[in-house]
Write a protein that binds this ligand. Structure first.
Ligand SMILES: Cc1cc2nc3c(=O)[nH]c(=O)nc-3n(C[C@H](O)[C@H](O)[C@H](O)COP(=O)(O)OP(=O)(O)OC[C@H]3O[C@@H](n4cnc5c(N)ncnc54)[C@H](O)[C@@H]3O)c2cc1C
Length: 401
């Protein structure tokens, strides 16, 4: 019997476990794989979320494991124009005017190290959730480990098992929304972008649009482009050289370290709470990753959920707080995460309407000369946060207190 059982030892599951452990709640995590999974997905976290990571005690180790960046650019493929933003406009509102760059597997590893300090946290690797039944007083979870059935009983279950969440399906929820007719082709490449004046950011073009991001200080960059899903998935590797060779500057001598492809969706579950089961991260909502809001949204789920659930476990709040968790996080997905990510995708990958592009670029250029507009723009990711469901305070305010 455990107070909280978390299904999924990805970044959101582990971060939720840490929040609960810090609040003195016994936690068990079931993870299907034998270790933290490497997948070339989230790498960028905007400055507003750093206050929360600091509050959880993990920020310094994350910065040590990754790197910070001040600048981000929009490069227009056809004209070569480059619009570069830095964090100057938020220097007076934060001590951390930069984005953190860190692969999500490395982020999860930092969290795992911190979890080892808590004796009331148990992680069962290689254990795949298979089903659950719940009553008004607990949840019985079934799983499979090394081919043998396992059973766990918990007061509460958190589904943090990703976009294909088996827990979400087990409680009868579907993901409503749509799937884009394009897929993202993700490549990790060695290429000296900085030699040619490229920063981390976006290449804007209706055909050659891409997200270009420095992964680490060893010369490895993420280069992600989009293609129609009508192209056969099996032959994606054959299309990579042509695409990259068309857009790379200079000698174009790059080394492909890895590639993969993802379908993109704007989808969310109808509720993030069914009785004693709570949804968080990609299990609850998925977005195209152009703005890098997917995992940030999931981490903000962890912050809000772990605090609210700990209060319920310690009988300091009634369980209706968990309904408020669901309502708040879903509203933020629908009103912030999804529309902003959709707008970013439109600008970077679907800029075929020249009038619209001219307006978009004028806005990007003008903002550079307007510190207040720039501050507002750089602060948009702060809207992904649900202030404490107990005190109403944001993590930035709690850190400052
Ligand atoms: C190309 C790309 C780039 C991205 N870039 C960014 C970015 O820069 N910034 C950002 O914020 N977001 C980004 N995202 C989104 C981000 O990757 C996801 O939002 C994030 O992985 C969600 O984390 P999670 O822990 O909810 O789910 P996952 O990372 O999917 O983890 C789920 C875990 O559950 C486990 N699991 C699954 N099924 C079971 C089961 N039955 N039993 C037990 N365990 C199970 C899995 O093995 C896994 O470890 C990007 C996504 C893509 C595709």
């Amino acid at each position: 019997m455990t107070a909280v059982l978390i299904v999924g030892g990805g970044p959101v599951g582990l971060m939720t476990a840490l929040g609960l452990a810090r609040a003195g709640v016994p936690v068990t995590v079931l993870e299907a794989e034998d270790d933290i999974v490497y997948s070339p997905r989230a790498i960028s976290y905007a400055w507003p979320i750093l206050a929360g990571l600091n509050h959880f005690g993990v920020l310094d180790d994350m910065i040590a494991a990754g790197h910070t960046i001040d600048e981000r650019c929009w490069r227009i493929f056809k004209t070569g124009e480059t619009i570069v933003y830095n964090h100057d406009a938020v220097r007076d509102v934060t001590d951390r005017p930069y984005n953190l760059t860190l692969g999500q597997d490395l982020l999860a590893k930092v969290v795992l190290q911190h979890l080892k300090r808590y004796t009331d946290v148990t992680i069962h690797w290689g254990t795949k959730f298979t089903g659950l039944t719940q009553t008004s007083s607990n949840v019985v979870v079934t799983a499979e480990r090394a081919g043998a059935p396992v059973e766990c009983v918990a007061d509460w279950v958190v589904a943090a098992d990703g976009g294909r969440s088996a827990v979400r399906k087990a409680v009868g929820l579907t993901m409503d929304g749509f799937t884009w007719p394009q897929r993202f082709v993700v490549t990790n490449i060695y290429f000296d972008f900085e030699k040619y004046g490229w920063n981390s950011g976006y290449l804007v073009d209706p055909i050659y649009g891409a997200v270009v991001y420095k992964i680490n200080l060893d010369g490895l960059w993420r280069f992600t482009f989009a293609e129609d899903t009508t192209n056969p998935l099996e032959t994606v590797s054959e299309r990579i050289p042509e695409f990259i060779n068309t857009v790379l500057p200079g000698d174009k001598k790059y080394e492909l370290a890895l590639h993969t492809a993802y379908n993109m969706h704007q989808r969310t579950a109808a509720t993030y709470r069914v009785g004693r089961v709570l949804l968080a991260g990609d299990a609850a909502h998925i977005t195209n990753p152009t703005s890098g809001f997917g995992l940030m949204g999931g981490i903000y789920d962890s912050f809000a959920l772990s605090e609210a659930l700990a209060a319920v476990v310690h009988e300091k709040a009634g369980d209706e707080i968990l309904d408020r968790y669901s309502e708040s996080r879903r509203k933020i997905y629908l009103e912030v995460t999804s529309p902003i990510s959709t707008e970013s995708l439109r600008l970077v990958f679907h800029s075929g309407d020249q009038d619209r592009l001219n307006k978009d670029l004028a806005l990007l250029r003008n903002r550079k000369n307007d510190p207040e507009a720039m501050r507002k723009f750089l602060s948009v990711p702060a809207a992904l946060e649900t202030p404490s469901l107990i005190t109403g305070r944001t993590l930035a305010h709690r850190a400052a207190a």
